[in-house]
Ligand binder design. Sequence first.
Ligand SMILES: [Fe+2]
Length: 337
Amino acid sequence: MAEIVLGMWTTHGPTLSTTPEQWLMRVKADKTRPSHPFRLGNYSFDELKELRKSENLGEQASLEERTRRHGRCQAAIKIMADQWEEVKPDVAVIMGNDQKEIFNADLIPAFTVFTGETLYNEPASPEQIPLMAPGIHEAEAGHNPPEYTEYPGLPELSKLIVETATQEGFDVTQMSKLPVHQNHWSSGVGHAFGYIYRKVMRDNVVPHVPIIQNTFFPPNQPTAKRCFEFGQMVGRAIKAWDSDLKVAVFGSGGMSHFVIDEDLDALFMKALAERNAGVLTSLDERYFQTGTSELKNWIAAAGIIFDTALEGDVIDYVPCYRSEAGTGTANGFVSWS
Ligand SMILES: [Fe+2]
């Protein structure tokens, strides 16, 4: 019987792979975006600035503070990668999402399991770079390899997960090859997976099952409850797998962004520490907008990890502000072994 030996939840965004100076590249877009979801409302940049003026977020976004927080994130990434090396899992299951890197608007499945022998990633071509959103190309080394690289899938476990899903009433999409799009800004597997390959596995990528949840794009995002239950099902499939291999499970994405909400993140971290599925699955769905929606990858991973004897803790939580309106990305790093 396969054994789950490591569970990791990590953010994966551009702030982890760019300099504190480069964090500001997205401020212009923050200011022009007409509406930012925050808590249960929607606000312009100026409205957020007014709403949050007592929080001294301008100070928290100073270069000095950004530099300090950047350093904390890098230290946490190192701890995770060192732990990965030490535990040496044989295979992995990664709960992630797609931001129209793998799929485009033509086709957005709710749950997809990659079942192929190999998948790939590659650096952006000169034609793709101008098509990217601000600050994304600069962060590329955090998730794309320097040259075309193939990575091993894990068809045996992937197919078992698809079968288990179907038997249990989850109608999943199976994907054996990454789609190729013309004139598209991204190719290969998305950053939710590439980040884990590069930053946690340090390019020593083990055979793994990428599972893609549509957390971002309305209206077919699975609810938090559905994601948790989906994760529980994946956990049962892993346990039923007739294999001696050691399995690692990842939840890749989150935490609150592009407007940071430290209260929401604290509630989340507490629920994880207490294995409190009730809290994770009963949050108002309106919290799970844009980047914050990626916390559903954490929830799905929790569905797997809560049902193991693993124990662990938060390595760090670092709200990385880039503006006085509270825009930025909150980074979180949690490991259970
Ligand atoms: Fe993301």
